[in-house]
Design a protein around this ligand. Structure first.
Ligand SMILES: [Ca+2]
Ligand SMILES: [Ca+2]
Length: 223
């Protein structure tokens, strides 16, 4: 009988204690690493989203810069910036050089649709705006967006700009949100480059992205 105790080694109570300790330890390790996993995913997701939005803004900036192209030099033929609101811009260009801006690919508009959390684009002679950043089929939401306009001296022009002919520089500022929430993360940032943007105090990952366009031809042409 004495030998039996030696063979068994552990009593049930000892086993339970070991099991419990193991569970506590596993829990501690889990809760220690969880925020780190969250942070890694947060950074990965944010940079992925940021790159996508940055590329999209580059296309927008290129379009706005196209208001530069007046091959016949007659800049005054039509206003390069036709509409300059904080949530919408329309630029025109004389691609075929016939002295007006009513031909194919000569008018492009962008607008921020706050209800749909998206930026939409309307190409020349298209009937409707189409999703450009955000919208139904992308995971990205545009939480905040604004165009900021400057005259040739770099002075900011109040939007909507009464005389869009004065617009020489255009800044695009946006805060975009990824689709997934990250556990343990709270976005308490105030995105102060845009009016009334944050803090959102939720677990979504957001990034601020901006772009800048100079409509060079306009101020050279007028100079
Ligand atoms: Ca034309
Ligand atoms: Ca024409």
């Amino acid at each position: 009988m004495k030998g039996k105790t030696d063979i068994c080694g552990f009593t049930l109570m000892e086993l339970l204690v070991v099991l419990l300790l193991g569970m506590v330890l596993a829990g501690a390790v889990y809760s220690f690493f969880l925020p780190i996993f969250g942070a890694v995913r947060h950074v990965h997701e944010a940079s992925f989203m940021q790159e996508g939005v940055r590329s999209a803004l580059e296309i927008m900036i290129r379009d706005i810069r196209m208001a530069d192209s007046f091959p016949n030099g007659k800049v005054g033929a039509c206003s390069p910036v036709a509409d300059a609101k904080s949530d919408q811009i329309t630029v025109r260009m004389d691609v075929n050089g016939d002295g007006d801006c009513d031909d194919a690919d000569e008018e492009i508009s962008y607008q921020f649709v706050e209800d749909e959390k998206s930026i939409e684009r309307k190409g020349s002679q298209a009937d409707d705006f189409e999703d450009f950043i955000g919208g139904d089929d992308t995971g990205i939401q545009v939480d905040c967006f604004t165009f900021v306009y400057y005259d040739r001296n770099g002075n900011e022009l109040a939007a909507p700009v009464a005389d869009p002919d004065n617009v020489v520089f255009v800044e695009v500022r946006t805060v975009v949100r990824s689709s997934r929430e990250v556990r343990g993360y709270t976005d308490d940032t105030v995105y102060d480059r845009i009016e009334d943007c944050g803090p959102f105090n939720d677990s979504f990952v957001r990034r601020y992205v901006e772009g800048f366009a100079a409509i060079r031809n306009k101020y050279i042409g007028e100079g």
